[in-house]
Write a new protein. Structure first.
Ligand SMILES: [Ca+2]
Length: 157
């Protein structure tokens, strides 16, 4: 079926968002939070299995959708130490963070937590993957890709 036909039918509001797989349409974003802890590459693979990618949380405007998603699932990102993988990393070129659609996440973006990205986590250096947590607002931090975290997948609609 081509897109035109599908968009004309009764499922139009969710068109392309796999709600049957537990995705939710929140403020025009099609998202699912996985409450299983995985390293970054396993999380990427899981999202790709849904024909999506890790959530590209590119602006403050994306914060409410994530918090709403957590709330819907009965979880709270505001608790200390809680964080979720998002779709940015600097694996290809150090210090050049890219979202999964290849757009850049500037190192001076207001989305980073204070002092981030610092290419560091405890004693580990050269860390390359990005998580989001909540400190009065959603904030990003670069951490080791081997960390096991919850993750948010996004399907483009
Ligand atoms: Ca860091």
């Amino acid at each position: 079926m081509d897109r035109l036909n599908r968009s004309a039918d009764a499922k139009a509001p969710y068109d392309g968002c796999p709600v049957e797989r537990g995705y939710l349409l929140l403020e025009y974003r099609c998202l699912k939070l996985y409450f299983i802890k995985r390293n970054y590459s396993d999380a990427v693979t899981r999202c790709e299995g849904d024909r999506g990618h890790l959530f590209n949380l590119k602006s403050r405007d994306d914060g409410p959708a994530l918090l709403m998603l957590m709330e819907t699932m009965g979880k709270d990102l505001g608790t200390m130490g809680k964080s979720v993988w998002v779709g940015a990393n600097d694996i290809k070129v150090a210090k050049v963070f890219r979202w999964s659609d290849n757009t850049t996440l500037a190192v001076d973006s207001e989305l980073w937590a204070d002092g981030q990205p610092d290419d560091m986590y405890d004693d580990v250096k050269n860390v390359e993957c990005v998580r989001v947590s909540y400190m009065n607002q959603v904030v990003l931090d670069d951490v080791p890709c081997s960390m096991k975290l919850w993750f948010a997948c996004q399907v483009d609609i």
